[in-house]
Design a protein around this ligand. Structure first.
Ligand SMILES: *[C@@H]1O[C@H](CO)[C@@H](O)[C@H](O)[C@H]1NC(C)=O
Ligand SMILES: *[C@@H]1O[C@H](CO)[C@@H](O)[C@H](O)[C@H]1NC(C)=O
Ligand SMILES: CC(=O)N[C@H]1CO[C@H](CO)[C@@H](O)[C@@H]1O
Length: 490
């Protein structure tokens, strides 16, 4: 039965021109594939060359099959029975149907591997997230593809498919990973930029300070808090990042700088000897990287400020104002655009059930919105910091997690994907540059194996999901739960 349908359809399709072929009315044929190399772009669209002639590169449309005389499939996750130059085909009620791209979250057209050279210097003006496309991290897309192969529930699979259409940050968490991921993704974004004609923003997390994560064990880094490793941080890590960024100068880049480090200096110097050992390297490392990277016009930097249940209390915010303004001054003439909050954390954006009281241990900022709105913004301005803008990590804060204490951070059960990456998401908060996914959902926070060197007690708490793999490793169960609990739903 199926093969009869296939034969009829192939014959019918072969006789028809492609649906989204805009160039025929201009007297030019369509290119045979939407993935043809872009040779030239004008107001009509993108042009390629085939057999020595110009051809218009067809644009994928949402319900593209209707124009070919076939209905659209009722679901974008319908089973693919056949693929041709027009798109992917499914079968419903014994008829062919075109599988649509989901409105609002189009499947990205794969960018061809074209030769690219950086063009003119790009300069950020205002919010770096606004007016640009967000680069999709191919490594994450591959991780999600592998996760989908392990799933049997088609409704869950469809949710996972959508995850591939959102951008998240690329972590440069070792010297080796920086070499592996920085240039290849800058080049990928530049190819996409050439292909689509829009500026394409890539977000990287700079995360390799000497004595990294001095207060936790799960994400300790490769460099120790000593002079020779501090030198390696500068010459083998920051200087290489600088060199690559200077080369790829025609595209927007955001750097999220060293999550947790400065917040540890605000609260953990007294309690944690490792943080006292790390202090001078954290300060020196920040001064160095801000001086070097903060002068590049296409690079916008955000320092990390932990989250509401870390620096939200009055005394912590006051100390934070001093620490961050000192760090920013030490990086002159480099500039810092602002701050990231809730990186790799779970604190909801808004939680109206909480207010200052015993339940929050008298924290006046029991959600990220109040943390930024009421307090950090005012306090940082008061501390003399000029550029105070924020990016909130919403990859995993859509659903209030089961934690007993709001400071819990490891593999919390009840996780849900939060707001989608977007520029200027909240009206009336013009200092909120973006919601963005910094910690990719599905990558573990830390192992629950008590015998592992990087085991951290938090990962053994009752409300931490177990068994959990090492930090950064894929954690299928956590990922699936995040999809189920997504808010807004996927
Ligand atoms: C499949 O996933 C959906 C949501 O993603 C869930 O509501 C449903 O219960 C799941 N079905 C099974 C059989 O697990
Ligand atoms: C610093 O730490 C590294 C390990 O990362 C070690 O190899 C090196 O010997 C140490 N240097 C000093 C001066 O202690
Ligand atoms: C797999 C596992 O250990 N899950 C546990 C995680 O913690 C919650 C409590 O928050 C338990 O109910 C789960 O059984």
């Amino acid at each position: 039965m199926k093969s009869t349908i296939a034969l009829t359809a192939v014959a019918a399709l072969a006789a028809k021109a492609s649906a989204a072929c805009w160039s025929e009315s201009l007297g030019y044929p369509c290119c045979s594939s939407p993935n043809a190399n872009v040779e030239y772009t004008d107001a009509d669209g993108k042009w390629g060359v085939e057999n020595g002639n110009w051809c218009g590169i067809p644009v994928p449309e949402a319900c593209w099959s209707e124009k070919l005389g076939y209905p659209c499939c009722s679901s974008s996750s319908a089973k693919v029975e056949y693929t041709d130059a027009d798109g992917k085909w499914g079968v419903e009620n014994g008829n062919w149907c075109g599988i649509q791209t989901t409105p609002g979250t189009p499947s990205p057209v794969p960018t061809p591997d074209i030769e690219v050279k950086p063009g003119e210097q790009y300069t950020h003006s205002g919010n770096p997230f606004s007016g640009v496309e967000f680069f999709l991290n191919p490594y994450y897309v591959a991780e999600v593809d592998a996760a989908i192969e392990q799933m049997t529930n088609s409704s869950l699979k469809a949710k996972a498919e959508k995850m591939k259409t959102y951008s998240n940050a690329i972590w440069l968490d070792t010297i080796k990973n920086m070499h592996q991921w920085l240039e290849t993704n800058l080049k990928g974004a530049l190819q996409q930029q050439e292909f689509t004609g829009s500026k394409v923003l890539t977000v990287f997390v700079v995360y390799d300070l000497p004595g990294r994560d001095c207060h936790a064990l799960a994400s300790n880094g490769e460099l120790l808090a000593n002079d020779s490793d501090a030198q390696r941080y500068k010459t083998e890590y920051i200087d290489v990042i600088e060199e690559k960024l200077k080369y790829y100068k025609s595209q927007p880049v955001v750097l999220i700088v060293e999550p947790d480090s400065l917040a540890n200096l605000v609260t953990n110097l007294d309690s944690t000897p490792a943080c006292r050992d790390s202090e001078k390297y954290y300060l020196d490392g920040h001064a160095y990287l801000i001086q070097k990277l903060g002068v590049l016009p296409h690079v916008a930097m955000y320092l990390d400020i932990g989250h509401a249940f870390w620096l939200g209390w009055d005394d912590n915010r006051e100390k934070a104002g001093k620490v961050y303004s000192k760090v920013i001054s030490s990086g002159k003439p480099g500039k810092v655009r602002g701050f990231t909050d809730n990186v790799a954390n779970y604190t909801p954006w808004e939680d109206p059930t909480l207010s200052r009281g015993p339940e929050t241990e008298w924290n006046p900022c029991p959600d990220e919105k109040r943390y930024l709105q009421e307090l950090m913004h005012k306090d940082f301005k008061a501390a003399g910091i000029e550029s105070v803008y924020f990016v909130c990590d919403t990859s995993r804060n859509g659903h209030k997690v089961d934690r007993k204490h709001p400071g819990e951070w490891c593999n919390q059960t009840g996780v849900g994907v939060g707001a989608r990456p977007q520029a200027s998401p909240v009206s009336g908060m013009d200092y909120l540059d973006a919601f963005y996914w910094i910690k990719p959902l599905g990558e573990s926070d830390g192992t629950s194996d008590t015998s592992a060197a990087r085991y951290d007690g938090y990962c053994g708490h009752d409300t931490a999901m177990k068994p959990a793999p090492e930090a950064g490793q894929w954690f299928q169960k956590h990922f699936e739960q995040g999809l189920e609990n997504a808010n807004p739903p996927l």
